[in-house]
Ligand binder design. Structure first.
Ligand SMILES: [Zn+2]
Length: 225
């Protein structure tokens, strides 16, 4: 396994570190982004921890290539805000279309260069989906018709089995969101793309653990770890 560190949008105001983890054997490509919204701190911490664990050899990618961008929107992160404009509405909407923000353009260029089979975009949201169908906290979100639905269901089942508090359980949502990384990855790159949303009102350590466990489940399901 080889881990290399790079900088996205280097020598621009949007410069953001990212990591490429190459497994010993060939296999799928998975892209993990976090911090598209700069105030969703547990998801960013989980993504950075995964990169750190790979660097230290505590977590091993056996097959394929993992690309991690732990804090996409560095400016929003520094100010502890979601970011304006909402970066997750600026990804390209059609094959011939362009991203509406230089940072989304840089992220999507990286994706195009690596053609990910999988794209996990880690977020955090308000509310508990178990209590209200209108909120996004504790959900996995795919685009309608995504080939990742069966695996998402399996992972939700496993997560929920390990979560004793019923209202903290995860649910699946299917939603087309033009301009989001998830929908761009699905529609333009044919990637199995999933948005992971933990609920802000849970303890930070718990949210980091959920994010980490979900990502580990996906890596195992993809045959990479
Ligand atoms: Zn978000």
């Amino acid at each position: 396994m080889l881990v290399t560190r790079h900088v996205l949008a280097a020598s621009s105001p949007y410069a953001a570190p990212y990591y490429i983890v190459r497994g010993t054997n060939p296999g799928p490509v998975m892209m993990i982004t976090s911090g598209v919204h700069g105030n969703e701190t547990a998801s960013m911490a989980a993504a950075q921890k995964l990169a750190d664990d790979c660097i230290a050899g505590r977590y091993v990618i056996h097959r394929g290539t993992l690309i991690i961008v732990p804090r996409v929107n560095q400016q929003a992160y520094a100010r502890e805000i979601r970011g304006k404009p909402d970066l997750n509405r600026t990804f390209p909407r059609r094959k011939s279309g362009k991203a509406k923000h230089p940072l989304a353009a840089a992220v999507f260029r990286l994706a195009r260069a690596h053609q990910p089979d999988w794209w996990l975009d880690l977020h955090e949201a308000n509310g508990l989906s178990q209590l209200s169908p209108r909120v996004l906290g504790q959900t996995l979100i795919t685009n309608p018709g995504s080939s990742s639905v069966a695996i998402c269901r399996k992972i939700i089942e496993r997560m929920n089995r390990s979560i004793p508090v019923h209202k903290h359980h995860f649910n699946l949502k299917r939603h087309e969101l033009p301009g989001s990384a998830r929908t761009a990855a699905a529609r333009l790159l044919s990637a199995k793309s999933v948005t992971v949303e933990t609920c802000w009102s849970l303890k930070r350590a718990v949210r980091i653990r959920y994010q980490t466990e979900i990502v580990h489940h996906f890596l195992r399901e993809a045959g990479m770890s």
